[in-house]
Ligand binder design. Sequence first.
Ligand SMILES: NC(=O)c1ccc[n+]([C@@H]2O[C@H](COP(=O)([O-])OP(=O)(O)OC[C@H]3O[C@@H](n4cnc5c(N)ncnc54)[C@H](OP(=O)(O)O)[C@@H]3O)[C@@H](O)[C@H]2O)c1
Length: 349
Amino acid sequence: MTYRVIQWATGFVGQEAIKGIVQHPELELVGCWVHSDAKVGRDAGELAGIEPLGVLATNSLDEICALDADCVIYSPMLATDGEVMRLLESGKNVVTPVGWIYPDRANKRTLEIEAAAIKGNATLHGTGIHPGGITERFPLTLSALCRNIRHVRMEEFSDIRNYAAELIVREVMLFGKPPEVAAASPMLQVLSNGFLQSLHMVADALGFVLDEHTVTRHEMAVATRPIESPVGVIEAGTVAAQRFTWQGSVNGEPVITVRVNWLMDDGHLDPPWTFGEGGQRFEVAFDAEPPLAVTFHGLHPPVLGVDTEVGLTAPAMHCVNAVPFVCEAAPGIATYLDLPMITGRAPKA
Ligand SMILES: NC(=O)c1ccc[n+]([C@@H]2O[C@H](COP(=O)([O-])OP(=O)(O)OC[C@H]3O[C@@H](n4cnc5c(N)ncnc54)[C@H](OP(=O)(O)O)[C@@H]3O)[C@@H](O)[C@H]2O)c1
């Protein structure tokens, strides 16, 4: 069985996904959507930095919908509900790292998207890594080894100097701005849309009935001297580290904590935050019997600022490897709780 796949957008994730599709024994790339005009008509393989694949990029949603394909890996910078609904209605399954990990089924928009999927006899699956792996799929798998689970923590420690997107790092994430400016960052809201879905999936699967109020917290540290970064110098006194926390409680007692630590960790921060000896990593830790703790290494570039696309391989592959399972799923929205175990593949023979 070969599944015919379209790659939607060729940013970091899209390029890693194209490489993954080509190497997956059950997948074939048959289409490619691009945002930038300069990429229209170019070969998808070349856009991904590999050999030409004979698949030319288009920026037309209509052309993509008209293609004979089983699935779209949808990884634009900004997701658009209308695009996703059109893709689903055209009969394409959609796998994406930009949302829908555990959408609120009481939400009108969710119901409309689900209706579009059912109309097209297609399935939508949200995945990724954080959220979309570390924050719900892996802790839930690991939870099966524990009893009496009192608390579970999922936490990211990443050096933001691996992210060279100046516009996003400075103007959206507000690194290098005074703390009072960064305090108004839209990031807490943007991130909450994803991480709170993970938190609720974990709560529902483990059987925690959460208090109505979920804690969301945004903390910052400033540079104590100018810090060199790929987006320019971060001046002393401006934001060089941010920590976002989401916490669900039962009767006021925290039971689930999700945290993101983004540091420019050169040892000159106030407060003096540091990754410590563990370095860049993801952690999942249970207060349970046994007190299971797992640390994930290898998901960050090994050398700061070099081969930074390594950090996007895992979220891209989580999408790619999900394709065969999503194509076989019942129409609608399918979360990790609905799909069988998603696995990677041995190299193509
Ligand atoms: N859940 C997770 O764990 C996870 C992990 C990583 C990334 N993500 C998400 O995945 C998405 C893609 O990430 P990325 O690293 O590939 O980002 P990226 O390198 O910035 O690429 C995104 C692509 O989106 C297209 N684009 C640019 N402006 C656009 C606009 N105004 N409207 C629609 N598309 C536009 C461009 O496509 P072309 O280059 O084809 O023109 C661009 O390359 C992001 O939303 C990111 O937040 C999620």
